[in-house]
Design a protein around this ligand. Structure first.
Ligand code: DHB
Length: 485
């Protein structure tokens, strides 16, 4: 199948790798592989990483801003950094077969360049710990929704970011053996919009919908499948995110203004049909997850375990005062118990208005994400499009349905994409009201129902973009990849 598509792509593709792959170039064509990684083009750097046990001194090779496509639209973003540990605590390490942490820095679906040493919290912590554990770290830059060409064309709107991530993975695999690390053990990670993109990359692996965009960029012809994914608070399933949000946080107040209760109600009442269509089973004999039992499902699967872990870790006096201030939690001595409505009241204010994602005034990040050409922002749900225009027969622009699917990991999981990653680490703070908790609930349940290995949990009382168990994540990478440095 891949070969046939490649041949079809040949008419449009003028890059050397494609011509070579099509058999249109002779012998020495390989010598001018524009996408060959140069293993010798690095600088040596040192850093000290604070690990759980002690500070570790790491010496590593740093490959700076390596362009990963033959025909970049914008090199600033379509390039990646590679960090390869060579010495840890005075001991030489050989990372040539180490897992590769593929960590994007996307936030808000904005562009992100492959800059090094950005102070970006949870993602940086994972990268530093991974390096100190002897893994290779790749930081891909990607185009984002904010990029506008001088002629007014938006060139980073959907599906540019995911196409770029796929091109970067293809580049690594194309350079297998030249680029340090095991390209069959890539672990994709990111936070929020970056988390969404890491989940999408892993779920949509090798799907043909992206091929024409990859050909246009002169991306390497190789698989873009990754071994594992670690999305943190993924802002995803965007076309269902408004109904899910109102189902979850619909009764929670908004600090900065009034909420339209009718709109909230209309959206939340659309959620049960969507949830039913997913036909997801909860673990431990829970049975079918429905809108009616989803609160209980979240309490039992994520929220009580998160509260329990949190309370266990507190010193006795702090636990007592927490429980005294939160009498809605029953602490049996080793387990926290509570109801869904009490949990919602505890979380309090919601972060977003209504609709949370497809804003009537086209002001959201996601409206901009689904912009096109010189149009900065568009509606991507019929609900908001029709409400905002007052036209009950309005339909989305014809290019949108495909682009919306291309941005949604759930679309590929519902197709049971066999090339998807089979190992998942999924995290979310219980006080993160940037999206519905069901977004993570459904992502994790979809994967578990497909038989994948899923380590999904929530951080109690934690907000957006939290990462509270970075050391566990790095140990998990070692476990699922079977690698020890
Ligand atoms: C992010 C946060 C959001 O609330 C959103 O809608 C999209 C992206 C982010 O932090 O990346």
């Amino acid at each position: 199948m891949r070969r046939r598509a490649m041949l079809e792509g040949c008419a449009a593709a003028v890059t050397v790798p494609f011509l070579a792959a099509c058999g249109l170039l002779e012998g020495d064509a390989q010598a001018v592989d524009e996408l060959a990684f140069d293993p010798d083009d690095f600088t040596t750097r040192k850093k000290t990483v604070a690990t759980f046990e002690r500070d570790k001194k790491v010496t590593y090779r740093f490959y700076d801003n390596v362009v990963y496509v033959a025909k970049p639209v914008d090199k600033t973003y379509q390039s990646l950094n590679v960090s390869v540990p060579v010495e840890i605590e005075g001991r030489s390490v050989d990372a040539s077969r180490a897992p590769i942490l593929f960590s994007n820095s996307v936030g808000g679906y904005l562009s992100s360049a492959a800059k090094s040493d950005e102070p970006d919290g949870g993602a940086k912590r994972n990268r530093d710990l991974a390096l100190a554990a002897g893994y290779v770290v790749v930081e891909p830059g990607v185009r984002g929704r904010d990029l506008v060409a001088p002629d007014g064309t938006n060139y980073g709107v959907a599906a540019a970011a995911i196409v770029d991530l796929k091109a970067a993975v293809r580049y690594l695999r194309h350079n297998s053996g030249r680029v340090p690390g095991n390209t069959d053990r890539i672990v994709a990670t990111g936070i929020s919009a970056g988390g969404a993109l890491s989940a999408l990359l892993a779920a949509s692996a090798d799907n043909r919908m992206y091929d024409r965009y990859l050909v246009e960029l002169g991306a390497a012809d190789a698989s873009d499948a990754v071994f594992a994914a670690a999305p943190y608070c993924p802002i995803t399933d965007l076309e269902h995110a408004d109904m899910a949000y109102e189902w979850n946080w619909g009764a929670n107040p908004l600090r900065s203004g009034e909420l339209d209760a009718t709109v909230s109600h209309d959206l939340s009442t659309a959620f049960p049909d969507y949830q039913a269509a997913l036909e997801l089973q909860g673990g431990d004999g829970f049975g079918l997850i429905t809108a009616a039992n989803y609160g209980n499902y979240l309490v039992r699967t994520y929220l009580e375990p998160a509260a329990t872990k949190y309370l266990h870790a507190l010193p006795d006096a702090d636990r007592s005062s927490y429980l005294a201030a939160n009498t809605w939690i029953t602490w049996s001595g080793d387990r926290a118990e509570f109801t869904w409505p009490n949990f919602l009241a505890h979380v309090g204010e919601r972060k977003k208005g209504v609709p949370a994602f497809d804003a009537f005034d086209l002001s959201s990040a996601e409206n901009n994400l689904f912009g096109s050409g010189t149009v900065k922002a568009r509606h991507f749900t019929l609900f908001s499009l029709r409400k905002a225009t007052g036209d009950p027969g309005a339909v989305l622009d014809s290019d949108l349905p495909e682009k919306i699917s291309m941005m949604n990991p759930m679309f590929f999981l519902r197709q049971r994409n066999p090339a998807r990653a089979k190992h998942w680490w999924i995290r979310l703070g219980t006080k993160d009201t940037e999206a519905s908790l069901t977004i993570v609930g459904n992502l994790a349940a979809s994967l578990a129902n497909l038989g994948d290995q899923v380590d999904a949990s929530m951080y109690w009382d934690a907000g957006h973009a939290s990462n509270e168990d970075a050391a566990d994540f790095v140990a998990w990478i070692g476990k699922v990849t079977g690698y020890t440095a």
